[in-house]
Design a protein around this ligand. Structure first.
Ligand code: HEM
Length: 457
């Protein structure tokens, strides 16, 4: 493993270039690159912990060393902002959204938004999470084959629509949110996204016109709701604890309020950051459980002992260790955000290697989460590994990123994963119909269609 201290006195000129992987046939074309299979990581990893390659006319440097991940995300994070690869996408989605802003602007937003994700706030969304999961499972018939990715994507969207907007699924205004999120998912499809990263911005690619229409409708809805919530302040609705109400009421330290556009951008950001990520994590967790009867038995024993026939509440979460271990282990094998992107502000040295200013760093959660230096039997699903206390570097596992820009919704997401897994598992078991997965690296680690047979309990 590379040692961080090697960077300290090393001048940029005497540091060597990182090992380079050349001539990857898959890189001849943009779209296969964007829809990379996971084996692409396996091709890079043998070259070392820092590996350079070229694709899409850009220089990429993949990082497979937990200590260097810590360097980039935490100890030297000021030197490695999110790069163009990410911001090109941000411009399209929500330029004012906290995922994409930088510097003082980001700091102000992050501070304000953090108060929406305290344990006390997250607690208020738990009923929505359990209700949506119960409704999903209750809607399935015994023996029915369901496609998990689609089903859990609808579930996660239902939770977000209630948590962010306080709209019930059958409210016609919820349809505006659903259409915006679907249009967003299409426009964020990695093949459209990769094309976007090499063509001039604002040249329409993919389904951008539909997306723009959907965003206009969402803006109008948000504007109406912000007005409603602001004029209701102090009235009956003052108790609302959805994120939109919170953002409508929030003030920056100088007393300014967010404009409706800013509120909209933050909500779109949460839809983008919190929807497919959570749905994907749950999909993998359910599919993995279906193939591991021992883990399933331990889960059932825990739910029987801790819940005794009722659905989980916020207060149960600390006792649901098996449930948590299953969620963690699923995200180790299949991190929903398999790669984090950063760009050095200027030419620099990392792990003893020289990095040019325009390099796009790829911090490979997927590669590091399956590295046998940190994980025994790395390819096996073994939730029990989370209940022992083997020592490993802190950044051997980083499904939620790290440092100041770590996932703002992490507590919300972990709560949702545990509540959903427990609520579903109390009602149903899954049997695999799709026997093996062939995930592709996109904006999230896409499992493709995942079919299971439902057995009611
Ligand atoms: C299992 C589910 C989730 C996973 C695996 C996940 C993962 C991540 C990761 C890895 C980052 C850091 C990206 C980077 O540093 O480049 C991130 C950032 C972020 N996530 Fe999540 N996320 C999840 C769910 C959510 C949810 C539910 C929300 C909100 C409702 C959310 C909101 C955000 C926001 C706002 C950021 C940007 C923070 C900033 O830049 O300051 N995420 N997420």
């Amino acid at each position: 493993m590379a040692n961080r201290s090697v960077d300290a006195g090393r001048s940029r000129t005497d540091a060597e270039a990182p090992p380079r992987r050349t001539g990857l046939p898959v890189l001849g074309s943009t779209i296969p690159f964007a829809r990379q299979g996971i084996d692409f990581t396996d091709e890079l990893r043998p070259h070392g912990d820092v590996v350079a390659y070229r694709a899409l006319g850009q220089e990429f440097v993949a990082v497979f060393d937990p200590d260097l991940v810590e360097t980039v995300l935490v100890s030297r994070n000021d030197e490695f902002p999110k790069g163009e690869f990410e911001t090109a996408f941000g411009e399209l989605v929500a330029p004012e959204g906290v995922v994409f802003t930088e510097g003082e602007r980001w700091r102000r937003q992050r501070q304000l938004l953090q108060s929406a994700f305290t344990p006390a706030e997250v607690q208020t969304y738990v009923d929505a999470m359990a209700d949506e999961a119960a409704a999903l499972a209750d809607g399935w018939n015994d023996g029915e084959v369901v496609e998990l990715r689609e089903a859990l994507s609808t579930f996660a969207l239902g939770v977000l629509t209630r948590a962010l907007f306080d709209l019930e699924f059958d409210d016609e205004r919820a349809a505006v949110v659903r259409e915006a999120t679907r249009a967003l998912a299409d426009v964020a499809d990695p093949s459209a996204y990769a094309v976007r990263s090499v063509v001039p911005s604002w040249l329409p690619v993919g389904d951008e016109r539909r997306y723009e229409r959907a965003m206009d409708d969402l803006s109008a809805l948000v504007e109406r709701l912000v007005e409603e919530r602001r004029s209701d302040a102090g009235g009956d609705d003052a108790e609302r604890d959805d994120l939109l109400s919170m953002l409508a009421a929030a003030e920056y330290p100088n007393g300014e309020r967010m404009t409706p556009e800013e509120v909209r951008d933050q909500l779109v950001t949460f839809l983008f950051a919190g929807h497919e990520t959570t749905a994907t994590a749950l999909t993998y967790a359910c599919w993995l459980l279906a193939g591991h009867p021992d883990a399933r038995r331990r889960l059932d024993a825990e739910l029987d002992a801790e819940l005794g026939g009722r659905d989980p509440a916020f207060g149960d979460i600390p006792a649901l260790d098996e449930t948590e271990a299953i969620a963690r282990e699923a995200m180790r094998l299949y991190p929903p955000a398999p790669i984090l992107y950063r760009e050095p502000r200027e030419e620099t040295v990392l792990g003893g290697y020289r990095l040019p200013a325009d390099a796009t760093l790829q911090l490979s959660a997927y590669g590091i989460h399956r590295d046998e230096r940190w994980w025994s039997e790395p390819a096996s699903f073994r939730p029990e590994r989370w209940l022992d206390d083997r020592e490993r570097p802190e950044y051997a596992y980083f499904p939620f990123g790290g440092g100041p820009r770590h996932c703002l919704g992490m507590r919300f997401a972990m709560t949702e994963l545990q509540i959903a897994l427990a609520t579903l598992a109390r009602r149903v078991e899954f049997e695999r119909v799709t026997e093996s997965l062939d995930p592709t690296m996109g904006v999230t680690l896409d499992p493709g269609a995942v079919e299971v047979r439902v057995k009611k309990r």
